[in-house]
Design a protein around this ligand. Sequence first.
Ligand code: NAD
Length: 360
Amino acid sequence: MSKRYKVAVIKGDGVGPEVIEEAKKVLDAAAYSFRFTIDYYDYLMGGVAVDRVGVPLPDETLCGCLDADAILFGAVGGGKWDSLEHNFRPEHGLLKLRKSLDVFANLRPIFVYNELADASTLKTEVISGVDIMVVRELTGGIYFGEPRAKEEDKAYNTMIYSREEIHRIAKIAFETALKRKKKVCSVDKANVLEVSRFWREEVIRVAQEYPDVALTHMYVDNAAMQLIKNPKQFDVILTGNLFGDILSDEASMLCGSIGLLPSASIGHKVSLYEPIHGSAPDIAKQGIVNPIAAIASASMMLRYSLQQEEAANAIDKAINKVLKDGYRTRDIASFGAKSLCTTDDMGTLIANIVSRHEKE
Ligand code: NAD
């Protein structure tokens, strides 16, 4: 009997619904070719949830996500909700979801599609062949640390990490490195922050369990420079929540557009898959958003949560083929475009290749 999976879908705000539509189109094509079934369950989160039910993360959404085999997520946020108090902001819904699901490990592959090597603002020889996995701690650090407050004349947040939090994310980084080039660079600010010195000590402790993996340390300011100067030196970058947020967005520009890169947020119970970009309200509802990051996130979902490796490979190959054939959405249009396409065209082109897969 063919396998059947339950996927919770959160489209969110801005371009979220548009990119999720295309990701589902491609997933359906993969399900057809590789003979499995995905049942989708839609849930509200973000600004759309604030508007409809008054909170950014309704209980029903959290329960539905906990009950699913995996979660596919678009993006949340937008100017309309920016002036709301912290707990009612769309982004708070996402942080609360990640924390409640305990998806503590954010994996962000940073790679350059050959056909887009000249899409980067950096020289082709610097970026072609870049293949980095950023392993970012996602449910701790300064985004969640207490105390936090905004008062009349001051405001503060707290960067805090427990030994257990560092231990489990470090293990994911070392395990990931074992399947790659066996190098981990741990990024911190140990010259200034006690929390970083503690981070470093614990990472060194975990490294002893992985004698085949080479561990180096780098201060975050230097890492920001090195990513631009010589990105090929990196294999796995291990870092905390705040530094990982900033570095992975910086690294994403190596590949030319934020609209290209996926991410997986891995937990012990269930995992969440999302493009690394936000809700891009400036381009929403115009049919021009690049859906490749969301489609590649769906591919990560097949690989990591649904154990459909072959289907995931077929999607990755189809993305490469479409780019090789010169199809481009507007964000990457100036790089070798033979044909400018809409969001919907891009999803359909990739889905068509995936659904023809078995006949090739
Ligand atoms: P953003 O990633 O939404 O957009 C940054 C720039 O990149 C914009 O010019 C946008 O048009 C462009 N862009 C983004 N995705 C694209 C795509 N797929 N194709 C083509 N171009 C794309 O970041 P922002 O503008 O800083 O944030 C907008 C809103 O999104 C804010 O409310 C922010 O809080 C929220 N946000 C949400 C998430 C999330 O849901 N995970 C992440 C980041 C930002």
